[in-house]
Design a protein around this ligand. Structure first.
Ligand code: HEM
Length: 396
């Protein structure tokens, strides 16, 4: 025990008990509050562990299982997509003279460059597949219904942003495939009545696909879309947490289980499989490059990314003068229908059997998109070939 000299103590404290070397519980608490250990200080400032704990304890209604793992798989895939994208941006140069050689350099020379590019290219395909499955799960479970309408609406916007990522990224290697797919893809804008031609010039940065199209697409791909995606995903996750995950369409007996350990275990398994598949595809089928873009050449068959092939097929079967149906009306109706689905589907029940027309129409649209995409995949030549006559009218 030590004793403070009385003169060093204020008049108010002079009569209080002396301070001991072994602090009692109260003073230890006070000390911890005033001078917390680094770990506690971090926790007090950041609340990180509390945040993790809250998420681990998130209640999962009975019946939630493997289908609910896709959201977190998507999050993990996006982390890979951002990382590989940033790594490539350190070497990539967006100009018609340098874009192709820089991508070739990444693929052929940079350490692990081929794998990084492969992960990015296959990542976009895997994300579209996982996102489609996630959307189908939410659709058939009726999870877009009250109170999750806005979670769905934000999801639909995320879907559009992801497609825009793919469309803008496709041009960046500046090879024949990239160039001609963009010529045809941007041409779609011109079919919109009244504003079409101005819109085409705005997107291309001129009348033709050229240097300004490339810089414009690059800026959109690496600045505007990532910012939009992060904001939308933030809102999406906030809403998922706010309204919690919907249980199965027929509520099951039992108490809700915390996210940890069972659901987290399922998530980890699915993430390992999903990311493993991405690595396998990137290693087994590394993305190549075709000949450098040749705006003067006219014998290249435009080949969009596979998930745009359904629309492209629709465009091909449209008689001349009807392109607007394939380029704007059909995709517009599907997108607006999706955005307003929670309010168009008036049934109270989430059970598919009680959502007659929604399930019928939804299944019809899904089948049509699936069949048209399959037709496109089967009919599109894998390598450059001469244009089919049906495609000539789609070119500029
Ligand atoms: C990269 C894109 C996306 C990410 C990272 C993401 C993430 C998530 C996560 C983590 C969950 C909770 C777990 C789960 O249900 O799987 C979730 C639920 C949900 N998502 Fe997404 N999502 C994405 C895209 C979409 C899309 C495209 C839609 C719809 C068009 C959508 C609609 C919903 C809805 C309505 C829920 C709530 C489901 C329920 O409560 O059962 N999401 N999302």
């Amino acid at each position: 025990m030590i004793q403070e000299p009385p003169e060093s103590r204020s008049p108010e404290t002079r009569e209080r008990p002396i301070i001991t070397m072994v602090p009692d519980v109260e003073s230890a608490d006070q000390l911890a509050r005033e001078r917390p250990a680094l770990r506690d200080w971090m926790e007090l400032r950041l609340g990180w562990w509390g945040f993790v704990r809250k998420n681990l304890d998130e209640p999962m209604p009975p019946g939630v299982g493997w289908w609910q793992t896709l959201g977190n798989l998507l999050l993990t895939m996006l982390v890979f997509q951002f990382t590989t994208g940033v790594l490539m941006a350190m070497y990539y140069s967006p100009s018609p003279q340098s874009a192709y050689p820089s991508v070739k350099h990444i693929t052929d020379t940079v350490t692990a460059g081929s794998l990084i590019r492969g992960l990015h290219v296959w990542g976009s395909t895997c994300i579209v597949v996982a996102m489609t499955l996630h959307t189908l799960r939410v659709f058939f479970w009726g999870s877009y219904k009250k109170p999750r309408e806005l979670t769905w609406v934000v999801g639909v916007l995320i879907f559009q942003v992801m497609l825009a990522f793919s469309f803008t990224g496709y041009l960046l290697p500046w090879d024949q495939k990239a160039f001609w797919a963009t010529v045809v893809g941007t041409r779609i804008a011109a079919t919109i009545p009244f504003v079409g031609q101005d819109l085409l010039v705005l997107i291309r940065g001129g009348d033709e696909v050229g240097a300004l199209t490339l810089t414009r697409f690059y800026a959109i791909h690496v600045m505007i879309l990532p910012a939009a995606l992060m904001a939308l995903i933030g809102i999406h996750l906030y809403l998922v947490r706010r309204h919690h995950i919907a249980g199965p369409v027929i509520p099951q007996k039992g108490a809700p289980q915390p996210f940890f350990p069972n659901q987290l275990f399922r998530d980890v398994i699915v993430v390992i499989i999903g990311i493993g598949a991405m690595f396998a595809l990137a290693l087994l089928f590394p993305p190549g490059l075709e000949a450098p873009a040749d705006p003067a050449g006219t014998d290249f068959t435009p080949r969009p990314e596979w998930y745009f092939l359904g629309l492209y097929e629709l465009l091909k079967i449209m008689p001349a003068g009807w392109e607007l149906v394939a380029t704007t009306i059909v995709p517009g109706i599907v997108t607006i229908g999706m955005l307003f689905l929670p309010w168009l589907d008036r049934s109270r029940s989430r059970h598919p059997a009680k959502r007659g027309w929604t399930i019928l129409l939804g299944t019809f649209v899904i089948l049509m998109i699936g069949l048209m995409t399959l037709k496109g995949i089967l009919e599109t030549p894998p390598h450059s070939a001469h244009s089919a006559p049906a495609e000539q009218h789609a070119r500029h």
